[in-house]
Design a protein around this ligand. Structure first.
Ligand SMILES: CC(=O)N[C@H]1[C@@H](OP(=O)(O)O)O[C@H](CO)[C@@H](O)[C@@H]1O
Ligand SMILES: [Mg+2]
Length: 544
């Protein structure tokens, strides 16, 4: 650790004057050309975090579903989870430090977090396919090396693959082998084992169209296909050979526009899905015989998965508890179905995977999904041990259920939501249960809903409580929402400041198309833009 070297290299990755960025819901995200200094400094910070935790730390260079010109970076903690909140603050502090203060801030962080500077450090790095990502990940490496950290650069990876690598390395290989081949092997073996019994019924379910958002998911799915092709054939669209990343395609586009991606040839009743740009989200959809588009989002994915898991848990007859975690964006119909029909407890957390992940850890089997398709299932260590033990011991029928659960545990990415892993789980469940995509969709009917983005002068004037479902400030806002919502059946609306974009998000749902349009429009444009934004920089809220 040489202060002079840090100063010298830092100057080569200088911070643009006056630029202030914040470590948000998913790390730093902005236009790629503003991020060089942030990358270098996150390399430095990853070394400190690695020393402090005496573990391998991950750095992922991606801006997920955001436009190709953007980029971003986030750190991955030892068990493959998101960076601890206190270190998010250190990250923001370091990213915004003036050039001359960088060394001092590093020392401050080391002192506050009791980092032993003599400790060795190891950092693993992954990146998506954006044109800027290779250069920016080189800046991360510069930061790591100048502080004397060791590193392994995995190059192109999906975000969940990087989380997987970190988890593997910190569990001495118990979770799996920390290579892409290890990832492919682990998931594919579990998938093939799980679906073995399904094939007696023929192969009609076994093909799937995948929109890869022109992102890294295309490369990785293509590499992986030979490992699982005996159980599933995938046809890739938007594979990056021509279109632009996330442009008119990908999970975020499909979910927010509720229409198919460009470049996908959909025939009626075919099962299709979309990944986002870094392949940690997935949504399914199909078009019916009348040509109507049907979206199957994260809520319906959570429902399918939890009903499958609940049946297996009942079958093995152990008292393992299961819980489903959602956010305020979950469709009211999904929550009602889970609670009232399936009798599974449902919990609501703030937006952002780290909140859901944290809550899901409280259960033996914790299912969490954001409506936008980011999610996974976590199994407690005790549940995993018990299930794997029962898979060897029990009499026939119960053993089969325990074996299925054991394979499901291996198939889910326990570190992060993962489009590839979720896709394989869903395909296995549909095959095992003999469900068509329409039958899955028919589990319940979504309440019509709408999201608006509203640009306001200062989005932080809005603060919320009750897992973001109630506005606390500015005064009067919640009362106005309540008055509106009262007028419509089964309706619900809330506003919150986005953690990733400079906008306020408005959500509204109600029992008919007419109601939600007017409710959404009213909450969105009238109240927010005229009163909350205070006339300073507010634009008319528009549907997107
Ligand atoms: C409504 C919505 O989809 N919000 C997204 C979005 O967060 P915001 O804080 O709403 O900007 O980006 C997050 C990170 O990708 C994701 O976790 C979350 O679900
Ligand atoms: Mg993503």
């Amino acid at each position: 650790m040489d202060p002079e070297a840090v100063r010298k290299y830092s100057a080569l990755h200088a911070k643009p004057d006056g630029l202030v960025l914040q470590y948000g819901t998913a790390g730093f995200r902005t236009k790629a050309e503003r991020l060089d200094h942030v990358m270098f400094r996150m390399g430095l910070l990853a070394v400190l975090r690695s020393k402090q935790t005496k573990s391998t730390i991950g750095v992922m260079v991606t801006a997920s579903h955001n436009p190709e010109e953007d980029n971003g970076v986030k750190l991955v903690d030892p068990l493959g989870e998101m960076l601890a909140p206190s270190w998010e603050e250190h990250a923001t502090c370091l990213a915004n430090a003036e050039e001359r203060d960088v060394w001092r801030v590093l020392m401050d962080i080391s002192e506050k977090a009791a980092v032993n500077l003599q400790q060795e450090a190891f950092v693993v790095i992954g990146r998506d396919t954006r044109p800027s990502s290779e250069r920016l990940s080189q800046s991360v490496i510069d930061g790591v090396t100048v502080l004397g950290g060791q590193f392994h650069d995995y190059g192109l990876l999906t975000t969940p693959q990087l989380h997987y690598m970190v988890y593997c390395r910190n569990s001495s290989g118990r979770y799996g082998e920390a290579t892409v081949d290890g990832y492919y092997q682990k998931l594919s073996t579990a998938f093939v084992e799980l679906t073995k019994q399904a094939f007696c019924g023929g192969n009609e379910y076994r093909s799937l169209k995948v929109d890869c958002a022109n992102g890294v998911g295309a490369l990785k799915l293509r590499e992986m296909e030979p490992y699982f092709s005996q159980g599933l054939s995938v046809q890739l669209f938007n594979d990056g050979t021509k279109g632009k990343l996330n442009h008119l395609c990908g999970a975020d586009f499909v979910k927010s526009h509720q229409r198919p991606p460009q470049g996908m040839e959909m025939k009626s009743s075919e099962r299709c899905c979309s990944f986002d740009g870094d392949a940690d989200r997935i949504v399914y959809y199909y078009s019916d015989t009348d040509g109507h588009f049907h979206l199957i989002d994260g809520d319906k994915i959570a429902t399918l998965i939890s009903s499958f898991l609940k049946e297996l848990l009942v079958e093995i007859g152990e008292s393992l508890n299961i819980g489903v975690v959602q956010t305020a964006y979950a469709n009211g119909s999904s929550t009602r179905y889970l609670e009232e029909v399936m009798k599974v407890p449902v919990y609501c957390t703030k937006t952002g995977v780290k909140h859901l992940h944290h809550k899901a850890q409280e259960f033996d089997v914790g299912v969490y999904f954001e409506a936008n398709g980011h999610g996974t299932v976590l199994f407690s260590k005790a549940a995993e041990m018990k299930i794997k033990q029962l898979a060897k011991e029990l009499e026939d029928k119960k053993r089969k259920a325990a074996q299925m659960l054991a394979n499901v545990i291996d198939l889910f990415n326990q570190a992060a939501g993962d489009a590839i892993s979720d896709m394989l789980v869903i395909e296995a469940i549909l095959a095992l249960k003999g469900l068509t995509v329409q039958e899955w969709d028919a589990l319940y009917t979504d309440l019509p809903n709408r999201q608006l983005k509203v640009k306001v002068a200062d989005r932080q004037v809005i603060s919320t409580t009750d897992a973001e479902r109630q506005a606390v400030t500015p005064p009067g806002l919640q009362e106005a929402i309540n008055d509106l919502v009262k007028k419509y059946k089964l309706s619900r609306a809330f506003v919150r400041p986005s953690g990733t974009e400079d906008v306020v998000r408005v959500y509204a749902e109600a029992d008919s198309q007419v109601s939600w349009d007017s409710a959404g429009e009213k909450v969105g444009s009238e109240r927010l833009t005229t009163e909350v934004a205070g006339g300073g920089g507010g634009e008319k809220g528009k549907l997107f």
